[in-house]
Ligand binder design. Structure first.
Ligand SMILES: [Zn+2]
Ligand SMILES: [Zn+2]
Length: 344
């Protein structure tokens, strides 16, 4: 185990969940520098703190033995992107589960016994009431959703369409509900996931697998009172979702695209529609550290209202990582976990 440098830490991994992006990398749908340790949705326990690291991102004391999670990336805090609200695009960016082991410290991902937390990582202590399986996906999935709602300036009373009932979509439904948006309309091609969406705050669901595209638009318009939705959020990973939302949005509507994280996703939309409908189209990727803090607070305050723990359907020991990935890819569960200390 390495000794942490100034401002760094070492954590023992308690649980790491498998994100869709891990599956993309595993299957070669996107390229990452190898060799690397995958896994970035992690809850760990601090086992060593480098000099100068005495507090978490909220300013509370940080000690060996604390149960923590941390931002998906470490950033310098000084480059142009860091000082202009985009630290996740830092010029010296290091991302957990995405950084080549040859870059120095090999313990950079969650599917391992330990992770090395680089200086510039925002570390948060996990509230005691949140089990590991509830807190782990906050780093990535929920924090990205927090960024999405902030970026698109979603507000109470607005009609919202959420495209994709995966981890991000289910969190998005709960966030929209708590924000006071409504109706919260969810679409997907998976009836089981849509049923789950109803337990996470969706008011209406549209199963796209059961109707032609043109009927989907009219169904979505009918559900939004005929005018169209005020806000649409894409977290499906399917570029075919984009023309559907462009049609379903009202005049002056706002569209946030967050799910298209693999190359090769051209959009089949008519620019004329964008112009004439006065639409806002925004993309986001990852999040700023404070979004993770908001995500953890949200889980803590809404834990009794949504079945978060049920989203992690299976936890595998680290030795069975291949089987864990196979199960995650099967779609049987929204999330699959990997726990080094779990031997069956
Ligand atoms: Zn992820
Ligand atoms: Zn930077």
């Amino acid at each position: 185990m390495p000794t942490p440098e100034l401002g760094a830490a070492v954590c023992r991994v308690r649980l790491a969940t498998i994100c869709g992006s891990d599956l993309h990398t595993w299957r070669g749908r996107r390229q990452e520098p190898a060799p690397l340790v995958l896994g970035h949705e992690i809850v760990g326990e601090v086992v060593a703190l480098g000099e100068g690291l005495t507090a978490d991102a909220t300013g509370a004391p940080l000690c060996v033995g604390d149960r923590v999670t941390w931002s998906i990336m470490a950033c310098c805090g000084a480059c142009w992107n860091c000082t202009h609200g985009l630290p996740q695009k830092c010029a010296a960016l290091k991302k957990y589960g995405h950084t080549c082991c040859d870059d120095g410290v090999p313990l950079s991902g969650g599917y391992a016994e330990h992770v090395y937390l680089w200086p510039g990582t925002a570390i948060y202590r996990v509230p005691a009431a949140l089990p590991d399986e509830v807190a782990a996906p906050a780093n990535c999935a929920l924090a990205t959703v927090v960024n999405a709602f902030e970026t698109i300036e979603a507000a109470a009373g607005e009609r919202v369409l959420i495209q994709g009932a995966g981890m991000l979509g289910l969190y998005a439904a709960a966030w929209a509900k708590e924000l006071g948006m409504g109706p919260v309309i969810m679409c997907d091609v998976n009836a089981e996931r849509l049923a789950l969406a109803m337990r996470f705050g969706a008011d209406q669901v549209v199963d796209l697998s059961t109707m032609p595209a043109a009927d989907c638009v009219s169904a979505l318009r009918a559900l939004s009172g005929g005018r169209g939705v005020d806000v649409a959020i894409e977290v499906s990973g399917a570029s075919a979702a984009v023309p559907l939302a462009v049609e379903a949005l009202r005049i002056g509507g706002r569209y946030l695209v967050a799910g298209l994280v693999t190359p090769g996703n051209p959009l089949d939309i008519d620019g004329n529609t964008l112009t004439r409908k006065c639409l806002t189209l925004r993309g986001i990727h990852n999040y700023r550290p404070e979004h993770l803090g908001q995500a953890l607070r949200f889980l803590e305050t809404t834990a009794g209202r949504y079945p978060y723990a049920a989203l992690v359907g299976a936890v595998y020991p680290l030795e069975d990582l291949e089987a864990a990935f196979e199960t995650a890819e099967s779609g049987a569960y929204v999330r699959v976990g990997v726990a080094p200390g779990n031997n069956g």
